[in-house]
Design a protein around this ligand. Structure first.
Ligand code: HEM
Length: 312
């Protein structure tokens, strides 16, 4: 590979997704297995692209700061890679939870990602433990289980690359991406006890048609009022979100797997601070009264070129 080739961090949400998180054990064969894993990730992507070109299938691997150290990966680390530090507001906390490797598997066809997940597990199980597995799916017209369309204000076109991938500010890791994930559980009984009008005030958009409220009407503690942030010169700061709903009606567990790729973790962190601490502090995001973050981990997504190097 001569040009920089990123992993597939900018594709649009697909119909089916499997997210897995693994914790690495300090086994003697860890380094070898990791080399094989990097080769496997490249192979899986090439293979599904060739076999199922219409399935928009991909496997994206992220590596945490802890794993970077365990695996003796190059020094210095990507500039903003570190353990996520919890963000505590007056009422809600963005918790920090451990995880070494994150896999984001996407395809229209679930069989494709199911088999990819099997191959990854087969290789990793001798050196790692699974700490999380979430199967997300496209719910109606890209709605979260809360019933609102999720993803509308995501960047498009070249902006997706600009906001998702590291640029010249960290040349060694150019084309990589910061991946931040949180598993949220929704309190659906409390949510359903709100009228549609009150739910719309929580999000800041209309439910059926997904239209943004005007600034005069939109509450300052609505989700989009707090998540929509600007830089010092008034420029919009964005991230590429690929949230997926998941749920189990028989156990009454419903949620959103929040996943964002960004060129700089600072943007995601600022959004989280606005949501959990509030702006001004105390004016926190009302969506958190109905959605609890039970995980929170930061990863770095190396380019395909880096995976090639790591594979030995
Ligand atoms: C917008 C849902 C967590 C960042 C939205 C929208 C929905 C939504 C329905 C409006 C449509 C859209 O533009 O996508 C959720 C749910 C979450 C969640 C269900 C978890 C329970 C987060 C988190 C962040 C975030 C943790 C950032 C760290 C954003 C941003 C927007 C947005 C940047 C677009 C704001 C704008 O420019 O209008 N979200 N979200 N969301 N969300 Fe979230």
């Amino acid at each position: 590979m001569n040009t920089i080739e990123s992993q597939n961090v900018t594709d649009y949400p697909n119909s089916n997704t499997i997210f897995t998180v693994w914790k690495l054990n300090e086994e003697p064969q860890l380094k070898n297995v990791f080399q094989e894993l990097c080769a496997l990730v490249l192979n899986l992507n090439n293979s599904v692209f060739n076999r199922f070109p219409d399935s928009r299938a991909s496997c994206v691997m992220g590596i945490s700061a802890d794993a970077w150290k365990k695996l003796n990966l190059p020094n210095p680390m990507p500039k903003e890679l570190s353990d996520f530090e919890e963000i505590k507001g007056v009422k809600h906390t963005a918790v920090s939870t451990p995880g070494d490797l994150h896999f984001h598997l996407r395809a229209d066809n679930k069989s494709v990602i199911f088999d990819m997940a099997i191959e990854i597990a087969k290789l990793l199980s001798s050196v790692a433990e699974s700490v999380l597995e979430v199967h997300g799916f496209k719910y109606w017209d890209a709605r979260s289980i809360l019933g609102f369309v999720d993803g509308t204000e995501n960047p498009h076109g070249e902006d997706r690359d600009y906001f998702a991938k590291i640029g010249d500010e960290d040349l060694q890791y150019k084309g990589g991406s910061y991946l931040f994930v949180q598993k949220y559980l929704h309190n659906m009984d409390a949510w359903k006890s709100l009228s549609t009008e009150d739910q719309e005030k929580v999000i800041g958009r209309s439910k059926e048609n997904d239209i943004e409220m005007s600034d005069e009407v939109k509450p300052s503690n609505s989700h989009i009022a707090l998540a929509n942030i600007e830089g010092e010169n008034g420029e919009e700061l964005k991230i590429v979100r690929d949230n997926m709903p998941f749920g189990s009606p028989s156990t009454n567990e419903f949620g959103t797997y929040f996943i964002a790729y960004s060129s700089t973790f600072t943007t995601t962190k600022k959004m989280l601070t606005n949501m959990f601490v509030g702006d001004p502090p105390g004016n926190y995001d009302r969506i958190l009264d109905f959605s609890t973050a039970v995980t929170g981990t930061l990863f770095f997504v190396p380019t395909r070129n880096m995976l090639d190097e790591f594979s030995g």
